[in-house]
Design a protein around this ligand. Structure first.
Ligand code: XMP
Length: 508
């Protein structure tokens, strides 16, 4: 099988590169630059290497770099943004603060003759985000594209099959970005499009069969798509050595805990235990208003419950989770910024009683996980289920969490979801948030003073970016009127019309 190595130098979009390549039916894997050596790459059977972007300057003292011998392995390389500058530097070129100043956002690109740009019009739009630029080409390289401010927006050495682009071909804002990546993968690297999701399933099952032989694994099952898919995948690999534990933290939506207990284990064909832990979670969260603190407490408490449950089940060496790529990137990996600590990544405590964490879906995006789920034969009601965050309603009750607030939110949320479903609208995620603002209202001639509930609905492919949904006014009206009338303690309903970015999907 032909495969591309995405060498990760800390950019926000590096998994997106791997995903774009996989969508061309060629396997791609992202590996942090510190986790692999030149010798390992030489022996790895890679058809091509992509250097990703990164937030640093190649001149920083501790800037990510790599053994220059990588350029002589005879494997084609494509450097993107920081990767382009690093390639230039390793090959003997010069990188400096861009003479024309930094470029950010959509920029006009003029391309010349170069195998990378076959089929790309001479003039098009690309996405730029850089402060430094290649100002002197390495020996034997030619410039292949320019923008108004950047003379070497692309460069290449045809014989050595080394290519660099200052812009980001992996983001959709670059008009012909997908074609540039295709040209690299197929024309330059000579890959054949012979990879399918089935291969991911097959190779994951084989790997875990080998690596987890004789070990018992406790999987944190939330009832959502990610952990359910991870459970079925691991069950294929290790069978009865897998025990799934659903920790009911008391922060689930209306009726959800019972529903998961009744349905999920049976649907997935795995052994599942429900642990009721509402009291201990709420006790630890009492008085805590800071979102990051809440997430860390929940992450820690989850693991403590898993450890205790594991201890009661005999020796269990590994903890498995349904972590997916957006959870990893937003929790801040390597040099990238922390957006929020997803409880299953950044929220993990330092010390845990497990030998190993197993995360079979860590490199995949949500839509890829759904595809895996479909291939594994999971029911479509489960595969298409809207996501629900691990910390549950804790990140939807703004500020301090109390039982009363949770009850209010559960009722409001159930009404909203019912009305959206009734209207036949299909946002990718929709829910209610209980704000910590109270507001004055009037009902039956009397003054009321109650919480403001915010309704949120978004459409998205991968949850990395999202648009607020244009729900029918009738659905919003029905939800608003029912919530204020039926849920005691709510005086006002608002609709959130912020996209991601700049907002995130969840409020906390
Ligand atoms: P944000 O709020 O980061 O959400 O834009 C993106 C997607 O991730 C879900 N989400 C989480 N999922 N653990 C999870 O398993 C978490 O801590 C967490 N925080 C947010 C969110 O519901 C949305 O689908």
């Amino acid at each position: 099988m032909d495969k591309i190595l995405v060498l990760d130098f800390g950019g926000q979009y590096d998994q997106l590169i791997a995903r774009r390549v996989r969508s061309m039916s060629v396997y791609a894997q992202t590996v942090p630059y510190r986790k692999i050596t030149c010798e390992q790459i030489a022996r790895g059977g890679w058809s091509g290497i992509i250097f990703t972007g990164g937030p640093r300057s190649v001149y920083d003292d501790d800037a990510p770099s790599f053994d220059p011998a990588i350029l002589s392995l005879g494997i084609p390389i494509l450097g993107i943004c920081y990767g382009h500058q690093l390639l230039a530097r390793l090959a003997g070129g010069v990188v400096a603060p861009a003479e024309g100043g930094s470029e950010y956002g959509k920029t006009r690109l003029s391309v010349g003759e170069c195998p990378l740009f076959s089929g790309v019009p001479r003039e098009s739009v690309c996405w730029m985000s850089h402060t430094d630029a290649v100002c002197v080409l390495p020996d034997g390289f030619a410039a292949a594209a320019r923008t108004e401010r950047c003379g070497i927006a692309a460069m290449y050495h045809r014989d050595r099959r080394l290519y660099g682009v200052q812009f980001h071909p992996e983001v959709t804002h670059t008009e012909y970005g997908a074609l540039v990546l295709r040209n690299f993968v197929f024309a330059v690297c000579g890959c054949r499009p012979d990879w399918q999701m089935d291969d991911f399933i097959r190779s994951s099952v084989e790997t875990y069969k080998r690596e987890l032989a004789g070990k018992r694994v406790l999987l944190a099952l939330s009832g959502g798509v990610d952990s359910s898919v991870a459970a079925v995948l691991l069950h294929r690999a290790i069978g009865e050595n897998l025990v799934c534990v659903f920790v009911d933290h008391g922060l689930m939506r209306k009726g959800e805990g019972d529903e998961i207990e009744r349905v999920i284990g049976r649907q997935l064909g795995v052994r599942m235990i429900r642990v009721r832990a509402e009291d201990r979670f709420l006790a630890r969260l009492a008085g805590v208003a800071d979102p990051e603190k809440k997430r860390h407490i929940i992450g820690e408490e989850f693991v403590r419950v898993f450890e205790e449950t594991a201890a009661g089940l005999g020796r269990i060496e590994c903890l498995a989770q349904g972590t997916i790529y957006p959870d990893v990137i937003e929790s801040g990996k390597g040099d990238s910024a922390v957006i929020k600590s997803h409880h299953n990544v950044g929220g993990l405590p330092e010390v845990m009683a497990f030998e190993r964490i197993v995360e079979p879906l860590r490199d995949l995006f949500k839509d890829e996980v759904r595809e895996v789920g479909e291939k594994l034969g999971l029911p479509s009601s489960l595969v298409r289920r809207q996501p629900f965050p691990g910390p549950g309603l804790a990140v939807r009750v703004i500020g301090e969490i109390t039982r009363e607030k949770l009850e209010i939110l559960r009722s409001a949320d159930a009404i909203f979801r019912e009305e959206v479903d009734k209207a036949g609208a299909r946002p990718d995620q929709y829910f209610a948030v209980l704000t910590d603002t109270r507001s004055v209202g009037v009902m039956g001639d009397a003054r009321t003073y109650g919480y403001a509930v915010a309704l949120r609905a978004v459409s998205t492919d991968d949850f990395m970016t999202a648009e607020w949904s244009r729900l029918p006014y009738e659905a919003l009206e029905a939800a608003s009127s029912r919530i204020v009338n039926e849920v005691k303690g709510v005086a006002r309903v608002v609709y959130d019309i912020t996209s991601k970015p700049p907002a995130t999907v969840e409020w906390e």
